[in-house]
Ligand binder design. Structure first.
Ligand code: IVH
Length: 694
């Protein structure tokens, strides 16, 4: 590419950006990473700033987003839905305040700011007449969007009818357009992809695409089955009410019944804004959704009006972007891993690349179909994304960087660990090694799972030890761990007497783990900490669970048909029953022991609300734990809330608890509460966070 001729370069940039827009907005199949796209836009803007004669009305800098796709009726937005300028660092943030805000308002004028998380989903506009939802539209290109009312109606946290906002002292607007973001939580996204893959359907590259794809379904029933959520962050035109600031608007929206992000803040001082941005960047990984930055808005609507917009970007708002969590790198090779249940997953070996401060060498490629659909080839430059705690994954190839030397990849026909021909169930995306329990690769994974913190919690055993035990032929199943003796370790480097004694003691002590831990440890498909606790609480012994029919299992609260089938299948296999017998013979506890009045249900009847960041658990883990012990978790604090569990940087829920006199616990308090009424052995702690299984 010729980077020196500005006319040609501008044309190239426009073509590349338009193509990227089309693929992103219309096809939902991005070919550029956000960072690459931003870089192209920035270069084009800089070029146009230096050569204003190059600006054409159709330049991508002159509009926002892409075209509506033709699937849905078009809707012209009565007020354009603007885009946001970016600040990449603190210096650019200060520059925005100085050159965009203070310069126009005047240096002496007091300005306050509202700071909100920038959720990575897609913007929509919801029109309510006399409190009733009459239209919902996507942003489209900012001027014209698509009418997706039927689909938006299926989003559970979008009110179809507004509540009376009397607590704000303001009337219900006769007309109001509410703007916000439709998104999917990270955990829901993963579950959705798993479900799609299992049904043999196309999976989504990231939560944003999943949200966009789910909303733009022709059949609203499909949208309804997708875990879409909504956050309201602003308004378009309104009548019959007078809103004068962003902060007031957020309160009003909350009173109308919209979810408003609890982490939004109002600051008088710009230094506080910057401090909050820093704090937020550090918390990014703990959020249950993908946030790609923070939006900073001038609070006062009159000041916003004075400031206006340039090229569809308001001067009164800016996005402080988090560092990119995607990068482009070379796909060096594709290898396969054999998982605990025999699922064979392709793994990308990458030229090491730093993404969001972490060096990434490997990334998931999901399954064979994923690779084929995206035509990912060895030698390709690929876009790699890393989101939260999720394993990084390959989004797709960067086609324009292909040289022709790339090689398509063929999925193996036999298990790389044991040579057994791989099988695929009709309708499933995954290939499996059917040599269950015997294939050494599966066995290593099963041992790792069995000893993990959320299962039998045997300290001192990890992947390396599991591999050692299996390759030395010491163990043929997880129960053989209990037959290990000091003699096994004789002469093995790195295993001195003290280490071996500790290891064997840890194994011995694990025999006293409660039943639900054993159930988790067995590694039954779909049975995690919640289902295991429900099974243990209901049946009280492994024998009773093994004897239960599909119907009996399904009758239990929290056990659905998929889990029930999986449990029955698991125990119908001779080799699994043998493992259970060996565990019994070794003295592992296979029943709840002393009758536990309502074992694991000592939070029954109690309702919890979680807020802030807990020291050792994610919010999902804490809520699993509460549910596993019979409690309920809800989103908002009311008089009926039994406890609010608060961590660092709690949201407004903590204040609400104070107002209503709801008791507040920290993480230790929650654990104590669970431990206290538990029928467990004294001093024994209840379930720790669920293990991170593959
Ligand atoms: S304000 C000036 N607030 O970011 C008004 N946008 O790049 C622009 N977004 O299209 C929107 N969270 O999809 C605003 N709290 C928030 C947001 C937010 C996410 C998205 C939205 C918008 C894009 C602008």
């Amino acid at each position: 590419m010729d980077h020196h001729d500005p006319v040609r370069r501008a044309a190239e940039l426009r073509a590349a950006i338009e193509e990227a827009n089309y693929r992103y907005y219309v096809l939902d199949a991005p070919n550029l990473s956000d960072a690459e796209y931003d870089a192209l836009m920035r270069e084009l803007r800089a070029l146009e700033a230096a050569h204003p004669e190059l600006i054409t009305p159709d330049s991508p800098t002159q509009r926002v987003g892409g075209e509506a796709s033709g699937l849905f009726a078009k809707v012209r937005h009565p007020q354009p839905m603007l885009s946001l300028g970016n600040a990449m660092n603190e210096a650019e943030l200060r520059e925005w305040r100085d050159t965009r805000v203070l310069k126009l308002l005047g240096p002496g004028v007091p300005v306050t700011y509202v700071v909100e998380p920038k959720i990575d989903g897609l913007a929509v506009a919801l029109t309510y007449r006399d409190g009733v939802l009459v239209q919902g539209a996507t942003r489209g290109d900012g001027e014209v969007g698509e009418d997706v009312t039927a689909n938006l109606r299926t989003v559970r946290d979008i009110p179809l009818r507004l509540r009376d906002p009397r607590e704000t002292g303001l009337p219900l607007a006769s007309l109001i357009e509410v703007r916000g973001e439709v998104y999917i939580r990270t955990a829901d996204f993963e579950a959705l992809n798993e479900r799609l893959a299992a049904a043999g359907e196309k999976t989504f590259a990231n939560p944003r695409n999943a949200a966009a794809g789910s909303l733009r379904q022709k059949d609203p029933a499909i949208s309804a089955a997708r875990p879409l959520r909504f956050f309201a962050y602003g308004v378009g035109p309104f009548e019959g009410v007078l809103l004068t600031s962003q902060w007031q608007t957020l309160h009003y929206l909350r009173a109308l019944g919209f979810p408003v992000n609890a982490d939004a803040r109002h600051f008088e001082d710009f230094e506080q804004v910057i401090a909050y941005c820093r704090e937020w960047m550090a918390r990014r990984d703990q959020l249950p959704y993908e946030a790609d930055g923070i939006v900073i808005k001038v609070d006062d609507f009159e000041q916003q009006r004075v400031l206006g917009a340039v090229q569809r970007e308001p001067r009164w708002a800016v996005a402080f972007k988090f560092p990119a969590r995607e990068a482009v790198t070379r796909l060096l090779n594709i290898t396969v891993n054999v998982g605990r249940t025999g699922v064979v997953t392709p793994n990308a070996e990458l030229e090491p690349v730093v993404i969001g401060g972490v060096t990434v060498r490997n990334a998931s490629l999901h399954n064979a179909d994923y690779i084929a659909e995206r035509d990912i080839r060895i030698g390709d430059y690929v876009i790699v994304q890393r989101a939260g705690d999720v394993i990084p994954y390959v989004v797709g190839p960067v086609l324009h960087l292909r040289t022709g030397a790339e090689r398509p990849w063929v999925f193996p026909t036999h298990c790389p660990a044991c040579g057994t021909p791989l099988e695929r169930q009709p309708g499933e995306a995954a290939w499996r090694c059917p040599n269950f329990g015997i294939c050494p690769a599966q066995l290593v994974r099963r041992v790792e799972h069995f000893v993990s913190r959320g299962a039998m919690d045997i300290a001192g055993i990890g992947e390396r030890q599991a591999e050692l035990f299996v390759t030395m032929g010491w163990i043929n199943d997880v129960a053989d761990l209990y037959s290990l003796t000091p003699e096994h370790f004789q002469g093995v480097e790195g295993y001195g007497p003290r280490r071996v004694a500790n290891l064997l003691r840890a194994i011995e002590e694990s025999k006293q783990q409660p039943l639900e831990r054993v159930i988790i440890g067995l590694g039954i498909r779909y049975v995690g900490s919640v289902a295991a606790a429900a099974l243990a609480a209901h049946f009280g012994s492994l024998d009773a669970i093994m004897a239960a029919s599909q119907e009996e299992l399904q009758a239990i609260d929290g056990i659905g048909p998929v889990v029930a089938t999986s449990v029955v299948d698991f125990f119908s296999r001779e080799e699994e029953r043998r493992v259970v017998e060996k565990l019994r013979a070794a003295g592992v506890r296979l029943s709840s022991g002393a009758p536990r009045p309502s074992a694991g249900a000592n939070l029954a009847g109690k309702t919890f609300v979680l807020t802030g960041t807990l020291p050792t658990m994610t919010r999902d883990q804490a809520s699993d734990l509460i549910i596993a012990h019979g409690g309920k978790v809800t989103d908002s604090v009311s008089k009926k809330t039994s406890y609010v569990v608060a961590g660092a940087n709690p949201g407004s829920k903590l204040a609400r608890a104070g107002e209503l006199g709801v008791p507040v616990l920290d993480e230790a308090g929650l654990l104590a509460l669970i431990g206290a009424g538990d029928g467990n052995i004294e001093g024994e702690r209840s379930l720790p966070p669920a293990p991170q299984t593959q």
